[in-house]
Ligand binder design. Structure first.
Ligand SMILES: [Zn+2]
Length: 348
């Protein structure tokens, strides 16, 4: 038997609502599923898609995992389940993909059941692609469901949003998340707590955070940062971190700055994400002025946008820019702390 995608404990309320809508034949044509990274949005979308295609749905509404339809889904061969994603991680979803989608929407279902289009992440749609998608959302045809997934719903165009029913997968309470982690991973409780903190409370992200590769990368990143703060050559840091994705580097960079700001403003360590790096965070909070933190944060955001908007960004060059510019900004003398209020960058 193929194990179907599972509905996670903190997704049960959404699942129940969808079951009721399905029972009343009131399912919308398009759903926008949001939530922070690592709360299982794709898993939930897949579980629902599979349940709509399954021939022997279980009493809780989940797919059986052994019928012919389930078999096709788990082997990623179901002709009526379409995934639309960027061609490369962190890239955009382009208009060509939407043209192809339009053709698929115009065809009828291959297996005389539901047709499902899961699009992720929705914020990766550029304006042209989003406009092309609107047509499909407006004229979806019978028994068709679009599920758009987004970590950053503020970046999804309002015209797209207004055509979708919005559901948010909430970050679970810590005890629920820890109970789930204890089931799927045999970690000591302290380790699970640390991973959950690093993942901002998102359980699936927490699993990735304790991955050995990620831990090594994180340590290499903080070592490089330590060097940078001490005034060593930034270019070396860029080279040591090149083997990791630019997105992962930028994510660590931005979360380091958030921690630095939080500590600078509150002098409290219990709200820090990188609690095990407390000395480095404290050092950063002493060394950096508020304006420097703000400028460094702006730099990180600017580079993140470049990665998202370019078809084929030169990642090595962008990483080098990150470290060289950071070194430059760190050298600039600034004592204008009062100019930049903290909320300006905590909202990101
Ligand atoms: Zn089935």
């Amino acid at each position: 038997m193929d194990i179907p995608a599972q509905v996670l404990p903190w997704q049960q309320d959404i699942w129940q609502h969808w079951q009721q809508q399905k029972a009343r034949q009131r399912l919308p044509h398009a759903i926008l599923l949001t939530g922070i990274p690592g709360v299982g949005k794709r898993q939930l979308a897949l579980a629902f898609a599979q349940a709509l295609l399954c021939q022997q749905v279980q009493s809780d509404g989940q797919a059986c995992g052994h019928c012919s339809q389930c078999h096709l889904v788990t082997h990623q061969q179901h002709p009526d389940l379409h995934w639309i994603q960027p061609e490369r991680e962190g890239g955009g979803i382009l208009i060509d993909a939407m043209r192809q989608l339009r053709q698929e929407v115009n065809q009828s279902a291959q297996q005389s059941g539901y047709r499902l289009f899961i699009l992720a992440p929705a914020e990766a749609l550029n304006t042209y692609a989003a406009n092309a998608l609107l047509k499909s959302l407006e004229e979806p045809g019978a028994a068709t469901l679009f599920i758009l997934i987004s970590d950053q719903s503020a970046r999804v165009l309002p015209t797209i949003k207004s055509r979708c029913q919005h559901w948010q997968v909430k970050t679970p309470a810590a005890d629920m998340a820890l109970a789930w982690l204890a089931k799927v991973k045999n970690w000591p409780p302290e380790q699970a707590k640390m991973a959950l903190r690093l993942a901002s409370g998102a359980p699936l992200q927490a699993v990735d955070c304790l991955d050995t590769d990620y831990q090594q990368h994180r340590q290499a990143f903080f070592n490089a940062l330590d060097h940078l703060l001490k005034g060593f050559l930034a270019i070396q840091a860029a080279h040591t971190l090149q083997t990791w994705s630019l997105e992962a580097n930028l994510q660590l960079y931005l979360s380091w700055l958030k921690d630095t700001l939080v500590y600078q403003m509150t002098q409290e360590t219990n709200r820090l994400r990188h609690l095990d790096q407390v000395h480095l965070i404290q050092e950063s909070a002493v060394l950096l002025t508020r304006l420097q933190i703000f400028k460094l944060y702006q730099l990180g955001i600017q580079l993140s946008r470049q990665v998202q908007n370019k078809t084929n960004p030169n990642k090595a060059l962008l990483l080098e820019t990150l470290w060289l510019q950071s070194a430059h900004l760190l050298k600039a003398e600034n004592n204008q702390n009062s100019l930049v209020p903290g909320y300006l960058f905590l909202s990101h």
